[in-house]
Ligand binder design. Structure first.
Ligand SMILES: Nc1ncnc2c1ncn2[C@@H]1O[C@H](COP(=O)(O)OP(=O)(O)OP(=O)(O)O)[C@@H](O)[C@H]1O
Ligand SMILES: [Mg+2]
Length: 242
């Protein structure tokens, strides 16, 4: 398998409105791709298309060599939505057990995996609190732990670092890099330039178009600048001038 995600000339939108124009991207096994772009650029729409929650208006989306949408493939994707979908009445541990079971993780495995996933996001001490006592950042962290539970070959994380402090952000990145080394492929969206710098590949989306893509090093070299933020600003100016 050469690619885990293969998006080719994708046009996507809602009803008659076009939100994404001619997007192509490939992600190889064990690679981390960061989708970066301003609010409303189309990041979540692209994630939804890759998950098969939207059918392409034109172009194709393949995940693990399977054209999307494909319901059966969802079991192979660890997904963290931008909006947390959690049970307020249950504790953190109960939420993890519930969603883990839904993903087909066996009870005996959950016993080991729940504390491991909770440790990645520093929630070990809060697992027995009901979710209604969690802060916004804690809920984000629990959603990330849920996405990690089943140890899927592909992780799709929509803004995993929102509401996460810098120290924990580094800890999460260390874990993402470890998973990538094991061959897990990761696609994430972010507003944060530091996240983009951590990725193997960056795709910048603005107004539904891919304005720049490549490795962080190749992009900064191509634009003769020294940060991903400056690449983004320059690529945005270039787009406006066209
Ligand atoms: N369900 C929907 N129905 C109609 N329009 C939508 C829907 N979801 C998103 N849009 C529109 O599509 C565009 C892209 O939205 P999208 O959520 O993909 O952006 P985003 O890059 O994820 O933004 P953010 O960083 O704020 O999450 C926006 O103009 C938005 O209004
Ligand atoms: Mg979004």
């Amino acid at each position: 398998m050469a690619t885990v995600i293969n998006v080719s000339h994708l046009t996507q939108g809602y009803g008659k409105t076009i939100v994404l124009h001619d997007i192509s991207l490939q992600v190889a096994p064990g690679q981390i791709l960061a989708l970066i772009g301003p609010s409303g650029a189309g990041k979540t729409t692209l994630v939804s298309a890759i998950m098969g929650m939207l059918r392409p208006k034109s172009g194709t989306v393949e995940v693990l060599d399977t054209p999307m949408p494909d319901r059966a493939l969802l079991a192979k994707i660890g997904y963290m939505a931008q909006t947390d979908a959690l049970y307020d009445e249950l504790t953190g541990r109960e939420n993890l057990a519930f969603f883990g079971t839904m993903q087909g993780v066996l009870k005996i495995e959950l016993k080991q995996r729940i504390p491991r996933a909770a440790a990645v996001v520093d929630l070990q001490g809060d697992l027995d609190k009901p979710l209604k006592d969690y802060s916004g950042g804690m809920r984000r962290r629990l959603s990330l732990a849920i996405a990690l539970l089943a140890d899927p070959p592909l992780l799709i994380l929509d803004e995993p670092t929102v509401g996460i402090d810098p120290e924990l952000r580094q800890q999460i990145w260390a874990e993402l890099h470890r998973m990538a080394k094991r061959g897990i492929t990761i696609l994430l969206t972010t507003h944060v330039m530091e996240d983009a710098e951590e990725a193997d590949q960056v795709m910048m989306i603005r107004q539904g178009a891919a304005i720049a893509q490549g490795t962080p090093a190749a992009l900064t070299a191509q634009y003769h600048v020294d940060s991903i933020e400056q690449v983004f600003l320059q690529a945005g100016r270039d787009q406006d001038a066209r």
